[in-house]
Design a protein around this ligand. Structure first.
Ligand SMILES: C[S@@+](CC[C@H](N)C(=O)[O-])C[C@H]1O[C@@H](n2cnc3c(N)ncnc32)[C@H](O)[C@@H]1O
Length: 242
């Protein structure tokens, strides 16, 4: 037990990255924290029937003697709905920490990289200023997708950009021009627009699409044109390497 938890008697909040989908990409540290936790907090969108993050953990950690708490984050840009959902999630975590329980909040990939968990940190601190928070980094989908596609993300003095593909067209065009390697996250809903931009920039044949990296449904597609019009998974990205 650390000094902080001895003084406050509060539990510790762990933000645990569980990697992109393959349980073998869980770190030893993540497994240790998950096994020791009293509560596993599982962020989910309303639409998701099963959390992918928990499916990664299930075969490795016995959950039968733990409390599991689902934190629902609707997939919306409505600020009020998001504010309420994040507030409820932070309260659910803070209540358990106050009761002296250690809470492990699992996150796909890495918790500090485009993750809902990072929004919860200040909210939990607001409710419990002395809360002890420890982040256990995970293998991000960017690293795992580059590995699946066997694409070096950066070599020597190359510059790498990682951006949501949902950027405005002009900004996307500039990033495609300015960087050596470009990773386009959240590409599924606007894939056809991205395809047109890549064609226009002469980069279509330099791009690879990676979907559900690390899981049973992993796909690495080099002929991007073959995906035009297809309904693509949210867990997908395009890596462009000039
Ligand atoms: C909210 S971000 C989460 C990123 C996560 N924290 C990480 O470190 O990988 C969601 C985006 O990450 C990417 N992503 C997450 N998991 C993925 C996977 N298994 N395969 C491909 N892309 C993935 C997709 O671009 C998706 O739209």
């Amino acid at each position: 037990m650390t000094n902080a938890s001895r003084i406050t008697h509060h539990g510790i909040l762990y933000g645990v990255g569980v990697g992109p989908g393959d349980p073998e990409l869980l770190t030893l540290k993540a497994v240790r924290a998950l096994k020791a936790a009293d509560v596993i907090a599982i962020p989910k969108s309303k639409e998701e029937s099963d959390s992918i993050a928990i499916s990664i953990v299930k075969g490795i950690v016995d959950l039968s003697n733990k409390e599991t708490v689902e934190l629902i984050f609707p997939m919306t840009k409505d600020k009020e709905i998001l504010r309420r959902a994040r507030g409820d999630a932070a309260a659910a975590i803070a209540d358990r920490l106050k009761a002296g329980k250690n809470v492990a909040c699992i996150t796909l990939g890495d918790p500090m990289f485009y993750s809902t968990f990072s929004y919860l940190v200040p909210l939990v601190r607001e409710k419990l200023p002395k809360a002890e928070i420890e982040i256990i980094p995970g293998i991000s989908s960017v690293m795992a997708s580059a590995a699946a596609a066997v694409i070096p993300l950066a070599e020597a003095d190359e510059r790498l950009a990682v951006i949501p593909a949902t950027y405005e067209t002009e900004k996307l065009r500039n990033v495609l021009n300015d960087f050596d390697t470009i990773v386009l996250m959240k590409v599924n809903k606007i894939f056809d627009k991205v395809l047109s931009l890549l064609s226009e920039s002469g980069l279509k044949n330099r791009a690879v699409f990676v979907e559900r990296c690390g899981g049973d449904k992993e796909r690495v597609v080099r002929n991007l044109e073959s995906l035009r019009g297809e309904r693509l998974d949210y867990l997908s990205m395009v890596i462009v390497k000039k």
